[in-house]
Design a protein around this ligand. Structure first.
Ligand SMILES: *[C@@H]1O[C@H](CO)[C@@H](O)[C@H](O)[C@H]1NC(C)=O
Ligand SMILES: *[C@@H]1O[C@H](CO)[C@@H](O)[C@H](O)[C@H]1NC(C)=O
Ligand SMILES: *[C@@H]1O[C@H](CO)[C@@H](O)[C@H](O)[C@H]1NC(C)=O
Ligand SMILES: *[C@@H]1O[C@H](CO)[C@@H](O)[C@H](O)[C@H]1NC(C)=O
Ligand SMILES: *[C@@H]1O[C@H](CO)[C@@H](O)[C@H](O)[C@H]1NC(C)=O
Ligand SMILES: *[C@@H]1O[C@H](CO)[C@@H](O)[C@H](O)[C@H]1NC(C)=O
Ligand SMILES: *[C@@H]1O[C@H](CO)[C@@H](O)[C@H](O)[C@H]1NC(C)=O
Ligand SMILES: [Zn+2]
Length: 447
């Protein structure tokens, strides 16, 4: 009723006295016509409240035309490419647009829509974590060809269960390891013994390809597992988090790191991305130089190598339109006050030395289990004071509100994020429960 009066439409009342049932529905009746007009008005009215309303209003004629074409391609593929009903005996085979990403991934790559989307200019990639950006297969293949790379495992990988339980570490050594045919996949393997990666791969069940599959399992959450909602958010986070250990050790050896950056920037440009802000905890400096095996304690080297690779890439033809890279310093939110403070001090020094490359500050890892931002307030206030004293600009870019919770500490992190003037909020999918925060954030972000 209220809706209709907003639209200025007279509401109808049905006469209670009608007794005779007569006639047929009239497609041209005044009331039907009126309903259809009201419906159109309501749709139009609602569109003016959408966040993309102004944007759509201001589209150029060419953009409007392009939008129509893309919309048609999309609808065509929904109907003719995606929609494949399951055979009666196998519901698992049902295929449709919008199915879970891991199931759809390979098919997405074959769509015309994907060709369009891939070539569209994206501008910036603003939320990415370095060790989750690995084109893992390319990196592992590089490592296989890199003299002195070794792998070790926390236990012999001699059964499915062991394969699942084992954690692995990569490293570079510059001495010849004593010859021993025992590899990580042998039941006699002594835990944590380094094995040349080539030997580990060649002797792995399934050979090099089997080895690559195994490394993939250890550095990514496999599709089957990412769909297992019944495991719950904590267990999925545990599996996700377990990927970062091995991934971090994959990108410690300078020659490999350099290949990785080159590949990363090339992939970004191929995807139409010109600017990237990378969250990294590895930015506290863990680089082993070419031919060495110990980590260089000089914290500058990680930054120097990144800067060098960015500049080299920009000088190539592929990189000529690449704007660049910045780093968002990321601390694990579970760290105690002393550890966070120590890391913040290093961050302040890094910002002074690499003002262009250093962007801002964030806290990462599972929000539910880490310290709430309110608990971190003393560190965050202190850090801001230091930046002011040193005349540095280090904005916050907090992950916040990555939760289904309502009113618990994860959800309430959004209040702190807004009050600390977080320049962007990571995930923030709890934000819809906070109309005032949305409003304040929009007005604050203008400054
Ligand atoms: C409804 O009206 C249109 C023209 O306004 C007419 O062409 C059509 O035949 C009508 N349909 C019926 C079922 O009366
Ligand atoms: C994608 O297209 C290629 C080439 O036409 C084909 O071989 C492949 O099976 C397709 N993949 C999927 C998942 O449809
Ligand atoms: C794997 O881990 C589970 C759980 O900790 C343990 O019960 C099991 O014995 C382990 N198996 C192997 C082969 O490591
Ligand atoms: C290789 O290492 C295994 C334990 O991992 C040991 O039992 C074996 O004797 C060693 N072989 C050689 C040739 O050193
Ligand atoms: C091996 O690495 C260490 C430190 O990483 C280095 O000091 C040493 O010179 C290297 N040895 C050779 C033979 O390159
Ligand atoms: C702070 O930095 C700005 C520009 O970045 C500069 O103009 C100003 O002089 C600096 N102030 C101090 C006290 O260093
Ligand atoms: C908040 O609630 C969500 C949903 O129940 C839950 O997953 C999350 O662990 C909670 N956070 C905390 C800190 O308890
Ligand atoms: Zn993130």
């Amino acid at each position: 009723m209220r809706l209709l009066s907003i639209l200025g439409v007279a509401t109808l009342s049905l006469s209670a006295s009608a007794a005779l049932v007569e006639g047929e529905p009239d497609v041209n009746s005044t009331l039907v016509q009126q309903h259809l007009r009201d419906r159109q008005k309501l749709i139009t009215l609602e569109k003016t409240h959408r966040q993309d309303h102004l944007f759509r209003q201001n589209l150029s004629p060419t953009a409007r035309e392009a939008d129509k074409i893309v919309e048609a391609i999309r609808q065509y593929e929904i109907d003719n490419y995606w929609r494949i009903p399951a055979p009666p005996q196998d519901a698992e085979e049902e295929q449709f647009a919008g199915e879970m990403f891991p199931r759809a991934r390979d098919r997405i790559a074959n769509t015309t829509l994907w060709q369009v989307v891939r070539r569209m200019p994206k501008g910036s990639l603003l939320h990415a974590h370095l060790s989750a950006m690995l084109p893992y297969e390319k990196v592992v293949r590089t490592i296989l060809d890199t003299e002195g790379m070794v792998i070790s495992a926390s236990q012999p990988i001699d059964s499915e269960e062991a394969r699942f339980n084992a954690s692995i570490t990569f490293a570079h050594v510059n001495t010849t390891l004593p010859t021993n045919e025992t590899s990580i996949s042998d039941s006699h393997y002594v835990p944590d013994t380094q094995v040349p990666i080539k030997q580990a791969a060649d002797s792995f069940p399934g050979g090099v390809e089997g080895f690559l599959d195994f490394i993939k399992e250890k550095t990514t959450v496999p599709p089957e597992e990412s769909q297992r909602h019944e495991l719950g958010v904590d267990e999925v986070w545990r599996r996700f988090q377990a990927c970062f250990g091995p991934a971090d050790t994959l990108i410690q050896y300078e020659p490999v790191v350099r290949v990785f950056y080159k590949q990363l920037f090339t992939d970004l440009v191929n995807d139409g991305i010109n600017w990237v802000e990378i969250r990294s905890g590895g930015s506290s400096g863990k680089l082993v130089h070419d031919g060495d095996e110990d980590i260089d304690p000089d914290l500058d080297v990680w930054w120097d190598v990144l800067l060098d690779e960015v500049n080299k890439f920009k000088a190539t033809e592929k990189g000529q339109n690449f704007w660049g890279v910045r780093v968002i310093w990321s601390d694990a939110r579970g760290k105690d006050r002393a550890k966070i403070t120590r890391s913040m001090k290093i961050a302040l020094e890094r910002k002074q030395k690499f003002p262009e490359l250093f962007s801002g500050y964030d806290l990462v890892a599972q929000e539910d289990l880490g310290r709430p931002l309110s608990d971190l307030a003393p560190e965050l206030v202190w850090f801001r004071e230091q930046t002011e004293k040193l005349n540095l600009t280090i904005p916050y870019f907090f992950h916040a509100g990555e939760t289904l919770g309502d009113g618990n500490s994860t959800d309430n992190n959004l209040f702190d994020a807004v009050l600390f003037n977080s320049r962007r909020i990571g995930h923030g999918f709890s934000l819809y429960k906070h109309p005032n925060l949305i409003h304040w954030k929009v007005s604050l972000s203008g400054i």
